[in-house]
Design a protein around this ligand. Structure first.
Ligand code: FAD
Length: 630
């Protein structure tokens, strides 16, 4: 049958990518359908119960700055919130949350079910409706035909998913969920360039059987608990500790003695796994000289005994998993509630996507998440938000939104994926961004919230909050610049207490704040000769506002130098290259460069310059050619 309602956007798959895609499209006013296998698994975390971390936390803040759901759901489910790299520079400071899986799912489910313009339907999508090279909708497993202008596909690890435990394997999307076979076959039939990737997860342990007295305790941040979201009206749940144990030579012996039963080493797995999140067997083989690896025992929630041993992802046979876990301190009597496993799945070469994440082969079909060769909830969610925005813009007949590398980590990721493709699961790191001092967690809102407002993505409450925050920051920055302190204005001994040294002449507060040892909070406690404090005249500034003010003052020189560099590079970055450009007619290009450009068909000069092997000289030739042919 044909479903009676016709949609602007259909999103297939209610994982981290699909959720953000569906919410973004609906927020933009598009009639949106989220079609997913099982409503009960919306917001399911297939592997580690944590969100954020270096680079990934930046993506979560960007999603939040654009009205997305991940940051606030992580705040609602965060049972140990931390700021990583707290003592390092602002570019690499990142928020990370240990998550209660159930609280996270409840939060996400609430957001989805209460979103205007969004319908949710539980069924597998088995087929795409195509007219020539344009998608028109999807067909569900029971033959219902759903029609729409755009389709976002975010099927995660489910396409031709194959689980391995030891030398046994079976089809599944992840443990307990079916694989998507028909849809995967359809994509092969269309000719989507695909490959196989692999990821894995550790066994789960019953906390009642862990001897915590033998493990090292790791607590959260006391009362300095951070938030991901701008909306801090909901308190975090109770904060609980994680625990640390270690592997040892006995554990390594057990693993090495059983490698012939590992699907990774027997040749049963062909997909490439994440280099930065290797299985324990890979770590032992790769780092032969190391006789111990740290293992974090992470609670999966407040009302469950399940623990996630972070660091022992494995696909060894279950009997070997039991033996190796029992050989670790504190885990001698551990009961394994679920085996670890590896999963192989289809992914599609992201170089076959336009920069908007629309596929080059099929118009109006957008891809997001793990199927683009990435790994991680945050990478998936950020892509989902992005693809959802562009699918909605297409449905409205508007131009795509494509952030640049200097504007957002989302921009870095989309450029890396569509320009370079992947040879292993792609995850975000701050080191992937050349302008990381400009792409900080603390200024994600400054970089993206105005655009999100223009696109219709954020609530009035978020926009009001943002505008007021910027107003406070501007006012206080102005006060710091225009307020001068002379040594005689200070109470005796104050300069030594706050700055460690006397101040010898008059300084502005801004100048004093630029000193490395002075924080905004500390400066506000500076006592004047008349008994008042510097902070008495300040408007009520929140810790987040203080952070933005402080970073702006302390790193002003670096930031403006980086801005100069960005502006210089921008001149050619966005120069468009016609999609039908005849590279054979560009004189002077080497054969190799010509072939690369024909293969990748970059959309802009910036993208062309990041293709490996395309030299600056070749870029100059291209620029000259394009300017002559105008
Ligand atoms: P998923 O979260 O996989 O969601 C896909 C959704 O699509 C599901 O809801 C599914 O039911 C639905 N779906 C699929 N096909 C259809 C269809 N035909 N019709 C309707 N609905 C459909 N990430 C890390 O960062 N580190 C790790 O160590 C790690 N280990 C992992 C281990 C395992 C075993 C697995 C399965 C994943 C692991 N991941 C890891 C990856 C992480 O789970 C993904 O990066 C993330 O969940 C991807 O989000 P997604 O939205 O793209 O897909």
């Amino acid at each position: 049958m044909d479903f009676p309602k016709v949609y602007d956007v259909i999103v297939v798959g209610g994982g981290h990518a699909g959720i953000e895609a569906a919410l973004a499209s609906a927020r933009m006013g598009c009639q949106t359908l989220l079609l997913t296998h099982n409503i009960e698994t919306l917001g399911e975390m297939s592997c580690n119960p944590s969100i954020g971390g270096i680079g990934k936390g930046h993506l979560v803040r960007e999603i939040d700055a654009m009205g997305g759901a991940m940051g606030s759901a992580a705040d609602m489910g965060g049972i140990q919130m931390r700021t990583l790299n707290d003592s390092k520079g602002p570019a690499v400071r990142s928020t990370r949350a240990q998550i209660d899986r159930n609280l996270y799912k409840i939060a996400m489910r609430g957001k989805l079910e209460n979103q205007k313009n969004l319908d949710i339907f539980q069924e597998a999508a088995d087929d795409l409706i195509l007219e020539a090279d344009t998608v028109k909708g999807v067909v569900s497993k029971t033959g219902v035909r759903f029609f729409s202008t755009s389709v976002v596909l975010s099927a995660g690890t489910f396409l031709h998913g194959l689980i391995h435990i030891g030398l046994q394997h079976y089809q599944a999307g992840r443990m307990g969920d079916p694989a998507s076979i028909s849809l995967a076959e359809k994509l092969i039939e269309i000719g989507m360039p695909m490959g196989r990737l692999k990821t894995g997860t550790p066994p789960r342990i019953d906390g009642k059987t862990i001897n915590f007295a033998e493990c090292e305790r790791q607590d959260g941040m006391g009362d300095k608990v951070p938030y991901f979201s701008w909306d801090q009206s909901v308190a975090h749940p109770e904060q609980v500790p994680c625990w640390i144990t270690r592997t040892n030579p006995r554990v390594h012996e057990i693993i090495l003695a059983n490698l012939d039963r590992s699907p990774m080493y027997s040749g049963a797995i062909v997909g490439v796994g994440p280099r930065y999140c290797p299985s324990i067997e890979t770590k032992i083989v790769r780092f032969k000289g190391k006789d111990s690896h740290q293992i974090f025992l992470e609670p999966e929630g407040l009302n469950t005994n399940v623990y996630y041993p972070n660091g022992v992802s494995t696909s060894l046979p279950f009997d070997v998993q039991i033996e190796m876990v029992h050989a670790m301190k504190g885990l001698e009597n551990a009961y394994l509630m679920r085996p670890g496993y590896a999963i192989e799945y289809d992914y599609y070469d992201p170089r076959d996507l336009k920069r908007s994440f629309e596929t080059k082969k099929i118009s109006n079909l957008f891809f997001a998440g793990q199927i683009n060769g990435t790994t991680g909830y945050e990478e998936a969610a950020a892509q989902g938000l992005y693809a959802g925005i562009n699918a909605a813009l297409r449905a409205k007949g508007l131009e795509s939104w494509v952030p640049r590398r200097d504007e957002a980590y989302i921009g870095v990721m989309l450029d890396d994926l569509t320009t370079k493709g992947v040879s292993e699961p792609y995850r975000m790191f701050t080191s992937r961004a050349e302008y990381r001092l400009s792409l900080r967690e603390d200024n994600a809102d400054v970089r993206l919230t105005p655009t999100a407002h223009d696109l219709g993505l954020i609530s009035d409450a978020q926009w009001k909050f943002f505008c007021e925050k910027q107003e406070h920051i501007a006012k206080e920055s102005e006060r710091l610049k225009s307020t001068w302190i002379h040594p005689t204005d200070l109470k005796e001994g104050e300069a030594i207490r706050v700055f460690g040294v006397p101040i010898e002449h008059e300084y502005s507060l801004k100048n004093l704040l630029s000193r490395p040892s002075v924080t905004y909070q500390k400066l506000m406690t500076l006592e004047l000769a008349d008994g008042t404090h510097v902070g008495d005249a300040s408007p009520a500034i929140t810790p987040d506002e203080a952070e933005q003010i402080e970073v702006g003052v302390k790193y002003a020189g670096y930031i403006s130098r980086q801005q100069g560099e960005i502006e210089k590079n921008l001149r050619n970055e966005t120069t468009r290259i016609p999609s039908d450009l005849d590279y054979d007619s560009v004189h002077g290009l080497s054969f190799e460069v010509r072939e690369k450009l024909k293969e990748y068909r970059p959309e802009t000069i910036g993208q062309a310059s990041r293709i490996s092997g395309v030299t600056p000289a070749a870029i100059s030739l291209l620029i000259i050619f394009l300017s002559k042919s105008k």
